[in-house]
Design a protein around this ligand. Sequence first.
Ligand code: AMP
Ligand code: TRP
Length: 333
Amino acid sequence: MKHIVSGIQPTGSLNLGTYLGSIKNFIDVQRRHPEHQLLLFIADLHALTVPQDKMKLRKTIKELAALYLASGLNQDTLSLFIQSEIPAHAQMAYLLQCFTYMGELERMTQFKDKAQKQTKGVSSALFTYPALMAGDILLYDAQYVPVGEDQKQHLELTRDIAIRLNNRFGSMVTVPEPLIPKVGARIMSLTDPTKKMSKSDVNVKSRVNLLDDETLIRKRIMSAVTDSEDTIRYDTKEKPGIANLITIYSAITGQAIPAVEATFKDSDYATFKRAVADAVIGELAPIQARYHELKASPELDRILDEGKAYADRFATNKIRKLQNALGLGRKRK
Ligand code: AMP
Ligand code: TRP
């Protein structure tokens, strides 16, 4: 079975930006690669590289898993699991650190950004994070790795490490290819449409969270910042607020941007916003219903157990193979 692998960090709440930019992309990847198994995991070990609150982390792990499932991933070709439940991830991270150079890690822009933002106590795990991530991918011989543009550098390092292992040990791992969406919908903040909609924005009015109720979603969209021209046209420079609402409407309905402009050419902003709010509510309502169903049933745990069993078997074999090649311990089959 060929594998596609990706991880999601269990930090913050999912919002419309993550949904349209990331979750929908996974659904699309599954549709385009029906012969591959998608191994999707909640990257809780990655989350630990910066301080976390125990109760919040636990809650977010389950919430994320349920939301991804509820969003319509195809379960026939999905293994969903939690990273820390598979010991091979931490083992592989250590083994790969032995094949990753300081200079390579020092060049990682995400480390530089995150280390700078943190005032004290930057963990050494934040520095070695790319080796953990490379392990996540190489453990499963992933052929493709769907990620956002921001993860491209980590993927390149993963490929370098994979090639290094193969040069040294013969064919040890598959060299993965990133799948970066070309024109993925970039959803902007509702209060400052020149910034990305983000889970870390302190202004809660800047986003729609996936679990917000109908009244709140309507309120957030109706009070989204626009301009005073009162015509619906896509112009990200002059009219970033309206352009963002057009993008949201287009991403949800599948209508191309010019078609959206044409539909609303005689509408005022209030009418258009009402239509955007209706579209968002219509999209999220069934996801929320399914989410609550999953949270209340044993099904979620069953799916996570199945995902874990599939991943664990594959990953444990890979670790064993690498340990044998390295001369660690006693030779095992
Ligand atoms: P994050 O949880 O912010 O690390 O993002 C997880 C994934 O969602 C990444 O692949 C991001 O590229 C994507 N994403 C997050 N926010 C947005 C947004 N406002 N618009 C589009 N994609 C987003
Ligand atoms: N580092 C990724 C992020 O921050 C998450 C991640 C961890 C990941 N391990 C991975 C993504 C393996 C793809 C493959 O978004």
